[in-house]
Design a protein around this ligand. Sequence first.
Ligand code: AGP
Length: 612
Amino acid sequence: MCGIVGYAGGRPAVPILLRALKDLEYRGYDSAGIAVLDGDRLAITKKQGKIANLEAALGPAPAGTVGIGHTRWATHGRPSDRNAHPHSSCDGRVVVIHNGIVENYAALRDELQARGHTFHSETDTETVAHLLEAEMAAGADLFEALARTARRLEGSQALVAMSLDEPGTLVAARLGNAGGIVIGFGDGETVVASDLAAVLPLTQEVAFLADGQVARVTPAGAEAKTVTGEPVALQRKRIPIDPVTALKGQYPHFMLKEIHEQPEAIADTIWSLATLDPPALYFDDLGPAADRLADIERVVLIGMGTSLHAAMVGQRYIEAFAGIPADADNASEFRYRDPVLDDRTLVISVSQSGETVDVLEAMAVARQAGALQVTVCNTAGAQTTRVADGTVYTRAGLERGVASTKCFTTAVVALYLLALRIAQAKGRLSDRELALHLHDLAQLPRAVSEVLRQRDLVRKRAVSLAAAQHVLFLGRGLAFPVAMEGALKLKEVSYIHAEGYAAGEMKHGPIALIEPSFPTVAIATRHALRTKMISNIEQIQARGGPVTGVVTEGDAELTALCDAVLTVPAVSSWLEPVAAVIPLQLLAYDVAVHRGCDVDQPRNLAKTVTVE
Ligand code: AGP
């Protein structure tokens, strides 16, 4: 979704904004633009396509030290130079960048046009520039103009604006859940952005705006208030960053780098929540949720995409370990039905970014129903962590590849430990059982490293799958969500149509598709209801369909049966989803590279989805 950045300081703004926009590229975008103070005017440059197009159009950049930049992911108006942000007021003295949707933009545009304003784009965003202009003409300063404008906008928005009338100032607003606004405090310079990736290279001292807040940002710092005028004390925090995770290093793509970071990310996640000696669980960020887990009678896990698949694995852990009913649901469906929840229900939201609008809206529904909430999140200070009663952080580090990899496996591991924590709170986990689980977890990073060593084998498999038009992924039990995730990865990065199915469902329809040109990937590891999977594989082969099996090392029977196999080392049955997903991630990556696809920025996709 759209990326937002603003800079107010003492250095030329353009290079800083360009670099920040590159740091935001992973969000997905179709055009980019910059506005910078240039003497007595605001110089705007914007271009459809990659940031390289914007750089080429910029020519000798103005030396101004205050400016804003934007990467756009189109919602209203097709991708074009004209519809790219920033958008300006009639007199060109106010410019604005935006993430979200102004739901009442048509009514506002009609009203503004009737008052003499002229529009230059097809976007909803432009209404904001004209509203700001009108409020300033009525006597408000830029800060107050944004507060007043915010009160007129329907829908969720993140906004940053600047005006020639207040040359050293930027203003920002967060309204609802259209992505965050984070302010970074440097030495004589302040940066404001949609996410941490654009801020951390400049400073680690940050504060987040909450829903309904606006901020005035200057080189000296920032102040905030609510849109209705109550003062807000910005809570500053220091965000640790490992600079290595932010660079591709030896890898050609972030996706490949992040796949290879999994052994470490998994280990970091495990040992931030548990110790082996003595065997113990530590959930430092559970807050008030910690004391209420014993009373929980039911769990609902919500998430989208890859995070939903992790939630589906977590559901199975909670039922097995804690012995209470658990369901996993797509957050966007959950919020629009009438979910039955009460204060004995625990809602666990899973979100890498912590800013996915579908998840946040579902959390609002859960809050209203009085449910206890815990979020499993990879982003410090993100919105889900502020809404939930408690947080379980995954320690995957910054994930830039649009296709999520290390955030899936670390979320599964975090959910495993959370399920143990709930079981413990309910008196269903002995110390000995905990020790055994932790012992199994301790083996996992090494097992994942072993799978990664099979890269060459996977690459060969990828070459034969790259010509397919459709691929079916099958799994049962814990391997069903893995099949869903394998299919999602393949379609996201290679644009091959892929479906993940519960293997038992295969005979009820999908089997009609099977023919020699329709490959199947079957997850048939030691514990994934292996004998049932063998029957499914035979049924497919009987119809001429080629099968690639993901099997446990040393499984001679399946190796002989399948047309090709990718192997994973033997791990505890509960941890097979983590081991088995790794070859599928590599497979998707290698197929995509073989087909010449843009692996880190697949078409039409955004890293953080902040519109419904
Ligand atoms: C994963 O590869 C996807 N790009 C996508 O499905 C993602 O998992 C989903 O949008 C949820 O994001 P979140 O974890 O940040 O909430």
